[in-house]
Design a protein around this ligand. Structure first.
Ligand SMILES: Nc1ncnc2c1ncn2[C@@H]1O[C@H](COP(=O)(O)OP(=O)(O)O)[C@@H](O)[C@H]1O
Ligand SMILES: [Mg+2]
Length: 400
């Protein structure tokens, strides 16, 4: 029965797909319902609706605990895998309900899962380390609860093929924005920042993509410390707007080794998470830097790590005419202003101008990747991840 289901799905001309994404910010589950016609370069994606379902504080804390080497014990990870699976299933049910489309009319759920750990670059002094990644949010629960065929675990096959398992959105970026007459950088600013550069009239083999460095991750932690936990992020950049840039601190931050590492490269909470942010905050206090100056400087650093990475890894060989920004960072006007200041002569447009809500872009990307998987087509971009070859991504759990 299950295999018949898959064959029927593969042969469908158009599919209703729910993309589910929870990024490194651990703010909530982004759910995007999209109607997709065709696949590959002929993909047409019509967004029907989008919503973010925020995590309760307790869940957010459990994810932080599970993601940390010292506190992420096997029992916690084992349970959280199923707890999150249920929350992802609920998010799928809610977005379908909100848009009045019964789950029986949804063909696929594409669920990225919650990254708990990601080992991309290997520590040379540790022979036992292997490249690996772990996204949780059990897809069997999603398929069982929703009755919808669920595709998950997109990153692992790319790692198996010799890649970093990240970034995974370049394929979707190519489908959505590629093949234009201008060189365009598709810049997402989530917890981590990641860019896909699509060269003018380029083909998929010429894509340059990598994680630039921190996105909102350090800003979020600073906002939380400064407001004694009242704020989980710097709402509309208000805290940063009260401070001024500290040039010394900015220069010190720009010397972070990740920023001068050659692509392909990817990063996460392991590099810029709570431990890194807490140490940085402590040091800035020791240097008598005002807390608002500190968060303003961190905000500038986030923008500068993006603009510097263009200079180092893209602009030496290509012209960037336009940057299309997405992700929660788009809601921080101080961050966007720094980005504009650093990217002279480049136009910056929000992805919303292209009919895609800023917060929906990553969830939409995983809907597109899931659509490729059931079509039997590859979804990774070897030039972005370093994989030896293009591979079909993900694991498929059959629905009803
Ligand atoms: N109004 C806002 N002002 C400033 N920052 C915001 C606002 N809304 C969202 N954000 C930022 O966006 C982040 C979530 O972005 P998102 O794209 O979901 O990241 P991720 O993919 O890592 O979950 C929040 O943690 C916060 O830093
Ligand atoms: Mg998020």
């Amino acid at each position: 029965m299950s295999i018949d289901n898959l064959i029927r799905l593969k042969d469908k001309e158009s599919r209703n797909v729910i993309g589910l994404m929870s990024g490194t910010s651990c703010d909530g589950i982004d759910a995007c319902l999209v109607n997709i016609t065709g696949n590959g370069l002929s993909t047409r994606a019509d967004i029907i609706g989008f919503e973010t379902y925020p995590y309760e504080n307790e869940i957010r804390e459990s994810i932080f605990e599970a993601s940390c080497k010292e506190t992420g014990t096997v029992d916690k990870i084992c349970q959280l895998n199923f707890t999150l699976g249920k929350l992802f299933a609920d998010a799928a049910g809610q977005i379908a309900g909100k848009l009045s489309i019964p789950l029986s009319e949804i063909d696929i759920v594409g669920s990225h899962g919650q990254t708990i750990y990601h080992v991309s670059s290997l520590n040379e002094s540790n022979d036992n380390e292997v490249r690996s990644t772990l996204q949780i949010g059990e897809p069997s629960i999603i398929a069982q609860e929703t009755g919808v065929t669920t595709v998950s675990d997109f990153r692992t096959r790319d790692i198996a093929a010799g890649g970093e398992g990240a970034p995974m959105v370049p394929y979707a970026d190519f489908v959505l924005f590629g093949r234009d007459e201008i060189g365009r950088a598709i810049q997402n600013i989530g917890g981590i920042s990641n860019v896909t550069f699509l060269p003018a009239d380029g083909n998929i083999k010429e894509i340059i993509a990598f994680d630039n460095g921190p996105g909102n991750m350090i800003i979020d932690r600073f906002a939380e410390i400064i407001t004694n936990g009242k704020l989980k992020y710097d709402k509309n950049g208000e805290l940063a707007s009260r401070g001024k840039l500290n040039q010394d601190l900015l220069e010190r931050l720009c010397a972070h080794p990740y920023l001068s590492k050659l692509p392909p490269k990817s990063t996460g909470r392991e590099d810029f998470g709570i431990q890194f942010s807490d140490n940085l905050f402590k040091e800035s206090r020791q240097d008598n830097i005002d807390v608002h100056d500190a968060i303003a400087t961190i905000t500038a650093f986030t923008a500068k790590s993006i603009s510097d990475s263009y200079g180092k890894y893209i602009q030496l060989s290509h012209k960037i005419t336009e940057v299309v920004v997405s992700g929660g960072g788009v809601c921080n006007p101080v961050l966007l202003q720094f980005l504009k200041d650093y990217l002279v002569d480049i136009s910056i447009r929000k992805v919303d101008e292209f009919g895609i809500p800023s917060g929906a872009k990553e969830a939409l990307s995983f809907a597109i990747l899931a659509n490729e998987t059931v079509s039997g087509s590859p979804g990774n971009v070897p030039s972005a991840t370093g994989a030896k070859e293009s591979v079909v991504l993900g694991k498929i759990i059959s629905g009803n």
